[in-house]
Design a protein around this ligand. Structure first.
Ligand code: SAH
Length: 366
């Protein structure tokens, strides 16, 4: 059987045999970012030939509106002469290319930018380097957000947080147990429960989620990222986070694997499928707020894009397009803003975290 395992599965089985079952979060981290066999480390997963498609790959309108958002926020910050524009997990670099083109509307903004791209994957860094060469904006790459030097900053993160490792706990009669990955009775990787309960777990849960029924699953991420983000922007900056997830903390298993545009079993072929979990926007907002960031939203992606004028942008693009292209623009507009499982308008939420000195941010005005 051993030769049917992916290289990463062989390694995970060795780790479990040596050290015991591993928390779901450790499993997820290995699947995505193991230095040699992690999903993101050696491939380009985007587009129709890849495993999934993201909003900036659907239409240039998405990145353009974010570019206009960045320019407006830069002005609100007092138009600093030097500003770090940071993108977390830039993928193919499409969002930022579209954004920087649109950002030219604000006199002086583009010339003020040093671009900081936070990308863990060497393969995607290479792809981004080729893409950004032509842009004529000074660009630096980092493996982690915390490595970006201090100073005024605008941060963009689209479908980044969903890839950060998530922990899961399962309610049992004697309390909550962390969910782990182990080698099952059939010798395949399977989910199990840590033997010990998580101490005082129930009292740390939001009130509405306490006394839930046996078998309930609660997911959480480390708050390190949210605290770091809040700490950076509260001084002089703003961050925009777009992702799928829930506005309020809730129960449920949202860990999912996607390969070739279809759902897959998260425990099969580790390293060869994308693994994500919904973003808990309430938890993210609370952490960022606790350290002094001001929170705007979360609001539905549809609401955000409409407030920034996506329908007007679509009309302008359509006016200069042929019939087929115009149809394509309509379809993209609908996909980015529609409700339901096919649309991204409601499943995706948008949250901003900013320096409290900045007023209401574009798209979040009430
Ligand atoms: N924002 C892009 C890509 C989203 S996919 C888009 O919208 O199309 C997630 C991106 O985050 C990839 O570029 C991936 O390599 C990167 N990534 C995932 N985990 C990371 C981590 N822990 N640190 C830095 N980058 C990470």
């Amino acid at each position: 059987m051993a030769d049917t395992y992916t290289p990463l599965e062989s390694e995970i089985r060795r780790l479990i045999t040596a050290a015991g079952p591993m928390p779901v979060a450790d499993y997820m981290r290995l699947c995505l970012t193991h230095p040699r066999h992690g999903y993101y480390m050696s491939r380009d997963p985007f587009g129709s030939g890849g495993d999934f498609i993201t909003a900036p790959e659907i239409s240039q309108m998405f990145g353009e509106l974010i570019g206009v958002w960045m320019a407006a926020v830069w002005r609100q910050m007092g138009a600093p002469e030097n500003v770090r524009v940071a993108e977390l997990g830039p993928g193919r670099g499409t969002l930022m290319s579209d954004a920087l083109r649109a950002a030219q509307v604000a006199e002086g903004f583009r010339a003020a930018i040093v671009l900081h791209l936070v990308e863990i994957s060497p393969a995607l860094q290479e792809l981004q380097k080729r893409r950004f060469e032509a842009l004529d904006v000074p660009t630096l790459w980092h493996g982690a957000f915390a490595d970006i030097p201090a100073g005024p900053i605008i941060v963009i993160a689209n479908e980044f947080v969903d890839a950060l490792p998530v922990h899961q706990a399962v309610k049992q009669t004697d309390g909550w147990h962390e969910r782990v990955v182990e080698i099952g009775a059939d010798l395949n990787l399977s989910f199990g429960l840590a033997h010990e309960t998580l101490p005082h777990f129930e009292t740390g849960l939001p009130r509405a989620l306490r006394q839930s029924s046996e078998g309930s699953i609660f997911e959480w991420r480390s708050d390190r990222f949210a605290l770091e983000l809040g700490r950076r922007v509260r001084a002089d900056g703003a961050a925009l986070i777009l992702d799928y997830g829930h506005t309020r903390c809730s129960l449920g298993d949202t860990l999912q694997a996607v390969a070739g545009h279809a759902y897959a079993d998260p425990l099969r072929a580790p390293g060869e499928a994308d693994l994500t979990a919904h973003v808990d926007f309430e938890a993210l907002a609370q952490s960022a707020e606790s350290i002094g960031g001001r929170v705007h939203g979360p609001i539905l992606q549809r609401e955000f894009l409409l407030r920034l004028g996506i329908d007007k942008r679509a009309a302008v693009l359509k006016a200069g397009a042929g019939r087929d292209k115009a149809l394509e623009i309509d379809m993209a507009l609908s996909r980015l803003t529609a409700s339901g499982a096919q649309g991204m308008g409601e499943l995706f939420k948008v949250l901003a975290i900013a320096d409290p000195k900045l007023g209401p941010l574009p798209g979040f005005e009430t």
